[in-house]
Ligand binder design. Structure first.
Ligand code: AMP
Length: 399
């Protein structure tokens, strides 16, 4: 297990504490926040710093302003929401260069318990390049750094890795919870350990499958990559999504699974469609009988039953990627069935949703509070499941 410092391990009293959060919240055209879950997710760390006498300087990215100031991506609505939640003034330092006159002045006169929010870190092109000068500017504002943004932990940016290399650093509660729960699942899971992998392509999931072949008891495949595996097993897949150059690799994975005694299951039936749209001719077919002029867009009812029964017996389940084209109602059934299977899992089973589309599916089905953990980082959790070191976590000081 990682032995990184957490915010509880550092002295905050009277210190200027720079906290990297993930305030990348969805907004409507009027720039009103439509879901503040990410702001709420940062609250435990924010409150802890304030309760322990810290002077709190918050920073985050929002959207993709591509390294330039852009009012559309200003963090001012986040400052307003934070202020409502904390019931105190949050000074928004609206500097286009992020660390400008407003930020410096606001930070200089801070007292214990004060809160300053910096402008969108991606207004600076150096941010995503981990530019040293920008990291130094950010670090110059504070005494200590706390990283509480998991969604960007797989990227080495100035506002996470850069500042960690300069200031004494620690993890916030949100990031700590992410790596504690997912770290336990990957290093010492209660068994049976079942991994459910979907999404569009095999090529995106190769490293995850390879890593999980050494850890999981069962891997359940769904989504667009199903059809590359079916071709590897000698089936024809009609007009389904197929990565021909990955067929050999899929064969190797199937062989490796057999050698290692891991059950690698491919859907036994498919919802086949004439065209890639919701309203089209649909047929439920066995996976080895997909008509030449149809494409598989979801796992079929037998596969849903089979996968649900396996999840029922599991003690640890991780899920990343939808089982079908869940954006279209007629092909959302497989993804919803898996969401329900996880919600109905054994009471002491650990259920982990790896962010992104799967998290959205669980939230849309109203099942979020039935899961042990829904990761706040799709890309970051995928890299975690691949067994990769996340640079923004690696950069934090050891205990
Ligand atoms: P990913 O970004 O790899 O997690 O893939 C998510 C996307 O995969 C979603 O937009 C789904 O619509 C898509 N997807 C899932 N199943 C299929 C399928 N059978 N054929 C084509 N696309 C799919």
């Amino acid at each position: 297990m990682l032995n990184k410092k957490s915010v509880e391990d550092i002295d905050l009293k009277g210190k200027k504490v720079l906290v990297r959060c993930d305030f990348n919240v969805p907004m409507n055209d009027d720039r009103e926040i439509t879901n503040d879950a990410r702001i709420l997710g940062a609250m435990p760390t924010i409150k802890y710093v304030l309760e322990h006498g810290g002077k709190l300087i918050l920073m985050s990215h929002l959207g993709r302003p591509k390294g330039q100031p852009n009012e559309k991506y200003s963090l001012d609505p986040v400052a307003k929401r934070l202020s409502e939640l904390l019931n105190k003034e949050v000074i928004f330092a609206a500097d286009d260069e992020v660390v400008g006159e407003n930020a410096k002045k606001a930070v200089e006169s801070m007292k214990e318990g004060d809160v300053v929010l910096l402008q969108n870190t991606r207004f600076r092109k150096e941010e995503t390049k981990n530019g040293e000068d920008f990291a130094k500017e950010l670090a110059s504002l504070a005494d200590v750094f706390v990283n509480d943004a998991f969604g960007t932990a797989h990227r080495a940016h100035a506002s996470n890795v850069g500042v960690s290399n300069i200031l004494p650093s620690a993890l916030g509660f949100l990031v700590k919870k992410e790596i504690d729960i997912m770290g336990k699942a990957m290093s010492n899971p209660e068994r049976p350990f079942v991994a459910i992998l979907g999404g569009a392509k095999v090529s995106d999931k190769i490293s995850v499958i390879e890593n999980l072949l050494n850890k999981a008891d069962t891997i359940l495949i769904g989504g667009g990559m199903t059809y590359t595996f079916l071709v590897a097993k000698g089936c024809s897949v009609g007009t389904s999504l197929l990565e021909e150059e990955k067929v050999e690799f899929a064969k190797e994975l199937l062989n490796k699974a057999q050698e290692k005694g891991v059950k690698l299951l491919i859907p036994v039936d498919t919802v086949a469609a004439k065209e890639f749209k919701n309203d089209t001719e649909i047929k439920i077919v066995k996976s080895d009988s997909i008509p030449d002029d149809m494409m598989g867009l979801d796992i079929g009812p037998e596969s849903r039953k089979l996968y649900s029964n396996i999840v029922k017996e599991a003690k640890t389940v991780i899920w990343n990627g939808p089982m079908g084209v869940f954006e279209m109602e007629n092909f959302a059934g497989g993804t919803n069935a898996v969401a329900h299977a996880l919600a109905d899992a054994d009471a002491d089973a650990v259920t982990i949703i790896g962010g992104g589309d799967s998290a959205a599916a669980v939230e849309n089905s109203g099942l979020a509070d039935k899961m042990t953990h829904i990761s706040t980082g799709g890309g970051a959790s995928l890299e975690f499941f691949e067994g990769k070191e996340l640079p923004a976590i690696a950069a934090i000081n050891e205990k």
